[in-house]
Ligand binder design. Structure first.
Ligand code: ATP
Length: 285
């Protein structure tokens, strides 16, 4: 077929190494195989095979492990539009009474475009962060508002409605898989599930490399800093905490140069500033 469906085809030359995600290469390739492989087939083949693209995935695991990072990079890889990110609690708090209308609105643009352009429509990604928040109240210990119920129902209705639309991908994220309504995770809905856990030692090393890359590039990382040692010392750290550690080490280094008593308006001498092993150890402490 000569049709150019450049919008939904996976970006060529996309390398996991360039994504700035440390230690999740196995997870990423798994998600890719299970959820997106069909999107690199020509649409005519997809039609012939009678397969449906996966419309929704669920990323779960502790906070700060790179779920949002992963969701955004998936969008980039699939050459999607800037994803719409909606936050569970926000939907409930900010828009009480109109949460359902808001859910409908989220899908409206993609629906409109699909009607107009069919398979040539760009891919629209909708990310639901803290998805558990809107599930908590459904059937059971309700807070009395019943808001959660109707929002989940609206979401389910929308998800079933997008079955015929190939230009929508929904990514749900949560730290509390146990709170997610099972109705949301059925086939045809958020059907591919992937745990994004805490990084292992090698993962931590990759994340440390990512977050110190700039320092290194600008030659402000002292040669006594051993990332392998730091990976070993950061057991149970999440990616976000490793990012925090690097920032904190930098500020320890900076503080060595900005002495108490430095006059306001006087530029501290940071010409030879280096972030060294002790700064990292102090930050760890
Ligand atoms: P939450 O559940 O709190 O929303 P999350 O899993 O979505 O967390 P992110 O928002 O993706 O976590 O991560 C926060 C920040 O931590 C990222 O912007 C990044 O700087 C850093 N980070 C987390 N995980 C990784 C990782 N695997 N590789 C590189 N950086 C990471």
């Amino acid at each position: 077929s000569s049709r150019s469906n450049s919008n939904t085809i996976i970006q060529p030359n996309f390398k996991f190494e360039d994504m700035g995600i440390g230690g999740l290469d196995v997870e990423f390739s798994n998600i890719f195989r299970r959820a997106f492989a069909s999107r690199i087939f020509p649409p005519s083949l997809v039609e012939k095979l009678g397969i449906q693209h996966v419309k929704g995935i669920l990323l779960f695991g502790p906070p700060g492990t790179g779920k949002t990072l992963m969701a955004r990079q998936i969008g980039k890889m699939l050459n999607a539009r800037e994803p719409q990110i909606v936050n569970g609690p926000e939907i409930l708090d900010k828009y009480v009474g109109q949460s359902e209308a808001n859910i409908r609105k989220l899908f409206a643009e993609a629906e409109k475009e699909y009607k107009a352009k069919g398979e040539d429509s760009g891919l629209h990604i909708i990310i639901f962060d803290e998805l558990d928040a809107i599930c908590k109240q459904r059937g059971g210990k309700s807070d009395g508002t019943g808001v959660g119920d109707s929002v989940v129902n609206q979401l389910l209705a929308k998800m079933d409605g997008v079955e015929q639309l190939n230009n929508i991908l929904i990514i749900g994220m949560t730290n509390r898989l146990d709170l997610i309504d099972e109705a949301l995770t059925r086939p045809g809905r958020l059907e591919v599930h992937m745990e994004i856990g805490l990084p292992d030692e090698n993962g931590r090393l990759q994340i440390l490399k990512i977050h110190t890359a700039k320092m290194k590039e600008n030659s402000i990382m002292d040669s006594d800093v051993d990332l392998t040692e730091l990976a070993n010392l950061t057991k149970n750290f999440s990616g976000a905490e490793i990012n925090g550690l690097v920032k904190s080490a930098s500020s320890f280094a900076f503080n060595r140069h900005v002495k108490v008593g430095t006059l306001a308006g006087v530029t501290p001498d940071v010409e030879d500033m280096k972030v060294n092993r002790n700064d990292f150890l102090a930050a760890l402490d």
